[in-house]
Write a protein that binds this ligand. Sequence first.
Ligand SMILES: Cc1ncc(COP(=O)(O)O)c(C=O)c1O
Length: 395
Amino acid sequence: MDNKVIPYGRQHITNEDIQAVIETLQSDYLTQGPKIAEFESAFAQYVDSKYAVAVANGTAALHLCALALGVKPGDKVITTPITFAASANCILYCGGEVVFADIDPTTYLLDIDNVRTLLESSPKGTYKGIVPVDFAGRAVDMEAYRKLAGEYGLWLIEDACHAPGGFFVDSEGVEQWCGNSNFADLAIFSFHPVKHIASGEGGMITTNDEVLYKKLLQLRTHGIVKSEDAYTNTINFAGGKDGYPGWYMEMQMLGYNYRLTDSQAALGMNQLKRADNGLIRRREIAQKYASSFVNKSFIKGQSGIVEGHAYHLYVIEVEDRLGLYNHLKSNNIFAQIHYIPTHLMPYYRQFGWKEGDMPRAEAYYKHCISLPMFPTLTEEEQQTVINSITNYYHG
Ligand SMILES: Cc1ncc(COP(=O)(O)O)c(C=O)c1O
């Protein structure tokens, strides 16, 4: 066995990517330049949404979504415990309260039946929204969530960080791309290096709602507007005569600096061009894992082959997960665990969450392990991973 490290995820930077970044660094704009709009419009087209807003990272995207939807102190929002903490934290940033509902143990996604039970058990109006997550790249049936949300007057943020290029098939047989916002009010993505599209740090919000879109643009830049139609101070106050002077702008709401830079956008834009190829390779890798583990007694569950799955992660559930993790590590294979259930993070325990609250998520956590999954994983490397796992269990 060679000593090359095999991580669970790895970015892929080509000479063309580097060239695109260099060109941007040599241009007139390091930030707030033309690369942002270019990336936004290409990304919106890729996921089939009307609008896209590029932001500093996926967490900023979630925060802006919660702000744009008006989350305020005391608002209760439902999400899954099997996700990165940011899916829940964005609600806390606005003073809201996170209510977890358990996962479906076969899909690993937020179980809509549990969400329905939660909604039915409280007076209407108790909850304000739901944040379903396309965990591991498996698409949530957002049509079903829209229907449920409609019954209770809730908004929906789809956390699609794991799923650019993923889709589910709706009730009319149409492929609905993750983050197309045909059913969600807003959807978000991350361009962290382990994601399908890497820009270092980076994120995107997609929507089909023009009002939310305009609000997001404003919130991304300090709540500032630069448009005569929107001003509320008088021309006289602004120091103009026949119109507002060229320098004039207004801060009309409390916003942030959550902007992406132009070099990050250039890198993201170039990576986006290869996203479909990356997805094809991810699906091949998934196919090989799935067929290698079929009928293996040590496999309790796995991501498997699912139409429209974007395979950000390939998860298997096994007995003696710690032993397997350490065995892989000793062979330079760095698997990872996704995720420690958010409701049991020490920070969330202060709100009363405790072991036993989400039995399926907790059972999943005891056994799950994410295997190396990235487009440049070679066949040989993948075979090394598979051999190492089967050797561990069959010694
Ligand atoms: C499901 C999910 N949501 C949100 C985020 C936050 O994205 P970022 O790391 O870009 O802030 C991540 C990224 O780790 C994620 O995996």
